[in-house]
Write a protein that binds this ligand. Structure first.
Ligand code: S3P
Length: 444
C-alpha cells in the first residue's frame, strides 16, 4: 500500500483518478472546479496538453493554480510522450529538466515517468522524487496492441525493480482474450515477491471491465472522466464510482453480516445509551426522535447541543471559527452526553471521526450505524437548504460519495450494529434498532 496524503493506494476499492486535459490556465481552473463535484480521489495533470508545456515557469504556475483549486486531492503529474499516446514529443533532456523543476516545486504528490525512457533518465528522477517525498509511478502504454501476459508481467516487475512505488501498464485489446491477458497479468502481480500496487488498464470499450474490477484482480487506481477523456474507454467518474461501490459493498457485505452476528451476543443492559452515527442525511435525527417516542427515553442531538452552547448556528461556527473549533465544541458535547445514562444520542456525521469521542461514547452505550447510499443522501440534503456547511460548496452526488468513502472505514470499525437505510422508513429502522438492543419489539 502506498499512502499519499492519507489516500491509501493499493488497498480496498480502486481509487478514482480524473485527468485534467487543458490547454491553458483558464481551462485548468474550470476543470479543477468541475472535478471537485465528482467522486475523484486524485487528479492526473496531463501537462502535454498544456499549450506552453515547453516553458517551465508557465508549467509551474499552472501546477500551482491546479493545486489551489483542488483542495487536498493528490495531484499526479504526467508528461505523456507522443511515443506512448501523448500529445507531444519531447527530448530526453527537456523531459528531465521539466520533471526536476516539478519535483522541486513541491506541488506534485506523485509523478508518472515512462519506463521505456530507460535507466539513465528514470533512476535520477526517482531518487530525486523520493528525496522530496514524492511517489513515483513507472508506466508503459501500448495504444496498438496487448502484449502477452508474460511480457506485461516482465515489464511491471522491471518497474518495481527500478524503484517504482507503483507500476502501471495500459494496453489496447483487439479481442476479449486480450482483455483476459491483461487481467491475467494483473492477477499474477499479486503473487510476486514483495508486491507493489499496480495500475492496469485494457483500453477502449472492449477493455472497460478492466476499469471496474480492480478490487477483485488487483489494480489500485482507475481512470475516469469529468467531461474530457485522456484515453479511449474512460467513462464518467460518477458512473464508475457507482459500479465500483457496488462491487466493494458486495465484497465487504460479509464483514457487515459478521459484525451484526457478533453484535447480537452483546447483551444490552438497561440505562445504556443508544448512539446513532452515520453520514449526513442518513436519518439520525428522525430515527432518534422515533426511538424517543417508542421508548420514552430522552433524545440528545449533538448538533443542537453544539448550537446551543456556541449560541450560533453550525454554519456560522464553520464560517466564523472554522472546522477545528467546531470539532472542539463537538467533543465537549460528547463529554456531556457520555456522563448521562439511558439516553438516545444522535451524533453529527463527523462526530466519530475523532477517536476520543468514540471511546467516550462507547463507555456508556452501543453504537448503531445508519448507512445510506450517496444517491439517497444527495436527494435528502438537496432539499435540506444550507444547514450543512461541509456539503454546501460542492453539492453533488459525487462529492458526497467522495467524503463518504473517506469516512466509511471508520464508521464500520466503530459500529456495533449496522442498518442499511435505503428504502426503509424511520419507523422500521427504529424497530430494527430496538430489536437489536433489547432483543424484542418495543411499544409503538
Ligand atoms: C457534519 C455533520 C452535521 C454537522 C456538521 C458536520 C459532518 O451533522 O455536525 O455540519 O462532519 O458530517 P448531521 O450528520 O446531523 O448533518
Amino acid at each position: 500500500m502506498v499512502n499519499v496524503k492519507g489516500l491509501k493506494i493499493g488497498e480496498g476499492q480502486p481509487k478514482i483518478c480524473v485527468p485534467v486535459v487543458a490547454g491553458n490556465i483558464e481551462e485548468i481552473k474550470n476543470q479543477a472546479n468541475r472535478i471537485m463535484f465528482t467522486p475523484a480521489d486524485m487528479v492526473e495533470w496531463r501537462v502535454d496538453h498544456l499549450r506552453r508545456s515547453d516553458d517551465i515557469p508557465s508549467v509551474l504556475v499552472a501546477l500551482e493554480v491546479l493545486k489551489e483549486n483542488l483542495q487536498d486531492k493528490p495531484v499526479l503529474f504526467t508528461f505523456r510522450t507522443a511515443e506512448e499516446g501523448g500529445k507531444k514529443r519531447i527530448s530526453a533532456e527537456k523531459y528531465s529538466n521539466l520533471y526536476e523543476a516539478v519535483i522541486k516545486s513541491g506541488n506534485a504528490d506523485l509523478i508518472d515517468i515512462e519506463y521505456f525512457l530507460g535507466n539513465r533518465i528514470i533512476k535520477p528522477l526517482i531518487k530525486m522524487a523520493h528525496e522530496h517525498g514524492i511517489k513515483v509511478i513507472l508506466s508503459n502504454h501500448d495504444f496498438k496492441k496487448t502484449p502477452p501476459a508474460d511480457e506485461m508481467i516482465k515489464r511491471m516487475t522491471g518497474m518495481k525493480n527500478a524503484g517504482a512505488d507503483i507500476a502501471k501498464i495500459a494496453v489496447m485489446p483487439h479481442s476479449s482474450s486480450d482483455v483476459l491477458e491483461l487481467l491475467t497479468a494483473t492477477e499474477a502481480m499479486k503473487k510476486i515477491e514483495n508486491p507493489i500496487p499496480i495500475i492496469t488498464v485494457s483500453m477502449s470499450a472492449l477493455g472497460l471491465v478492466s476499469r471496474i474490477t480492480g478490487e477483485v484482480f488487483g489494480s489500485a487506481v482507475t481512470f475516469a472522466s469529468a467531461g474530457r477523456t485522456s484515453a479511449p474507454g474512460q467513462i464518467d467518474a460518477d458512473e464508475l464510482d457507482r459500479i465500483t461501490n457496488t462491487i466493494h459493498y458486495n465484497l465487504k457485505d460479509s464483514d457487515r453480516i459478521k459484525l451484526n452476528e457478533s453484535a447480537k451476543n452483546v447483551r444490552f443492559k438497561n440505562k445504556r445509551n443508544i448512539i446513532l452515527i452515520g453520514f449526513m442525511g442518513t436519518g439520525k435525527t428522525t430515527v432518534g426522535k422515533r426511538l424517543g417516542e417508542k421508548t420514552g427515553m430522552i433524545v440528545k442531538e449533538i448538533d443542537d447541543m453544539i448550537e446551543e452552547s456556541a449560541g450560533m448556528s453550525i454554519t456560522s461556527i464553520f464560517e466564523k471559527r472554522g472546522e477545528e473549533a467546531f470539532r472542539d465544541i463537538e467533543s465537549a458535547q460528547v463529554n456531556k452526553v457520555s456522563n448521562m445514562e439511558g439516553v438516545i444520542v444522535s451524533c453529527g456525521g463527523g462526530t466519530v471521526m475523532r477517536r476520543r469521542n468514540v471511546d467516550r461514547l462507547k463507555r456508556k452505550g452501543c453504537i448503531i450505524l445508519l448507512r445510506g447510499t450517496p444517491e439517497l443522501v444527495y436527494e435528502r440534503v438537496k432539499r435540506g437548504g444550507d444547514k450543512r456547511p461541509l456539503l454546501n460548496r460542492y453539492q453533488s452526488r459525487g462529492y458526497i460519495s467522495w467524503l463518504m468513502k473517506k469516512r466509511r472505514d471508520t464508521y464500520m470499525a466503530v459500529a456495533d450494529y449496522i442498518i442499511d437505510v435505503d428504502g426503509k422508513n424511520s419507523d422500521i429502522i427504529a424497530d430494527e434498532i430496538l430489536e437489536f438492543v433489547y432483543n424484542r419489539k418495543k411499544r409503538r
